[in-house]
Design a protein around this ligand. Structure first.
Ligand code: ATP
Ligand code: MG
Length: 235
């Protein structure tokens, strides 16, 4: 059901009639086909489903990283399809915490420097070192405080993933977009991340792409991409 306009003002995510196709040479892959998706403020949503079904594509559209071909993508009261790349970068820096499926730490920066990078990009005043304090607290929570001076190449897969997570949280974003946070399969990382997601639930709008059934009980709604749309997932 499509919410009326008044209700939709309160929606954090409002995707309407979204179409997205990729071109590979002369082949076209229609990934999203007239997709509608709504998410209220502070809801916890899970996207699950088979590889290549479009989960990351949906997440990247909501984060303003992937352009849509047709439709409207309204996120935190911003019409993403009308925004310039520069405005989208500012939007992301201010409001979105991204935990990507694949890496994206800067190799030449230490863990602490990587975690503090969004603070610089958002041009927050860091003179009072308040973000550094927050960074250390998060590094401790994620059992990374003894890795603060390490370069990404020195980290285990789980430590790397946890660092990406801390970086996503450093600016306390309204919206968290998380792609396969526990795919690393190491139990410490899984435990820490699920604990953190439980704490964050109800305080932020959270979208998680996952197959991990341990995370499913946290979700208010679970969806599965089906024929280019998001269908409710039956547990
Ligand atoms: N930049 C791109 N160029 C061409 N095709 C792409 C691109 N990005 C994604 N695709 C294709 O779009 C489809 C959906 O990809 P997407 O990454 O959203 O799937 P997914 O559900 O996240 O899969 P996985 O579970 O493997 O991460 C796939 O067929 C993929 O090959
Ligand atoms: Mg994916």
């Amino acid at each position: 059901m499509i919410p009326d306009l008044e209700t939709s003002q309160k929606l954090d995510i409002n995707l309407r009639n979204i179409t997205k196709e990729y071109r590979l040479g002369d082949r076209k892959i229609l990934v999203l086909d007239d997709l509608n998706f709504f998410c209220n403020e502070k809801e916890f949503i899970i996207l699950t489903g088979y590889s290549g079904s479009g989960k990351s594509t949906v997440l990247n559209i909501i984060g303003g990283l992937t352009k849509i071909d047709k439709g409207q993508a309204r996120v935190l009261n911003h019409d993403l399809e009308k925004m310039t790349e520069e405005d989208l970068a500012i939007f992301r820096a201010l409001y979105v915490g991204f935990v990507f499926q694949t890496g994206h730490l800067l190799d030449s920066l230490t863990v602490l420097e990587n975690v503090l990078l969004p603070v610089e990009l958002a041009q927050r005043n860091n003179n009072d070192y308040s973000h550094e304090k927050i960074a250390w607290k998060l590094l401790e929570e994620f059992k990374l405080d003894n890795r603060a001076d390490s370069l990404p190449i020195m980290l285990s897969g789980g430590e790397y993933q946890r660092t990406v997570f801390v970086r996503a949280l450093i600016l306390d974003p309204d919206l968290l977009l998380i792609d396969e946070p526990t795919s690393n399969q190491d139990s410490i990382t899984t435990e820490i991340i699920i604990q953190k997601l439980s704490e964050l639930k109800g305080n932020k709008t959270i979208l998680v792409v996952t197959h991990d059934k341990h995370i499913f009980p946290l979700a208010d709604q679970i969806y599965i991409p089906t024929e280019g749309k998001l269908a409710p997932y039956k547990v």
